[in-house]
Design a protein around this ligand. Structure first.
Ligand code: ZN
Length: 123
């Protein structure tokens, strides 16, 4: 399995590779927004270099909730009919950057994949 390392990791903010400043942050998590249609989305990413959410500590889990609420607040401007939220874990699970990142994706009734959940939508 291909793995990034901490020196060239896109989501380690110290590397300056994230492509934009975080839209928000707290003690242990930060928020990136991708406000492009048809599925505007956000990502909640731990500041600490951890590959998967299975490695989160209790502070990271607590702070995740706050950033998830902030993600929804920012995405509500698109008046989504629903959301798909989750992590891809491991190359086999569709993870491309090996620093955990949770997707928060707006869903619309007009979406061709409306009604298809996380197991089908992200394919
Ligand atoms: Zn990283």
């Amino acid at each position: 399995m291909a793995k990034a390392n901490i020196e060239n990791c896109r989501w380690c903010l110290a590397n300056g590779l994230a492509g934009a400043e975080p839209a928000a942050s707290n003690r242990t998590q930060y928020l990136m927004l991708k406000l492009t249609t048809p599925n505007p989305s956000a990502m909640v990413i731990p500041v600490r270099y951890v590959e998967t959410p299975f490695e989160f500590n209790s502070d990271e889990w607590a702070d995740l909730g706050e950033m998830l609420t902030e993600a929804k607040r920012r995405l509500d401007q698109f008046q989504p009919d629903g959301f798909t939220i989750g992590w891809n874990v491991g190359a086999t699970g569709g993870q491309h950057i090996f620093h955990a990142y949770m997707h928060v994706v707006c869903r619309s009734e007009k979406d061709p994949k409306a009604g298809q959940g996380i197991r089908d939508f992200l394919r």
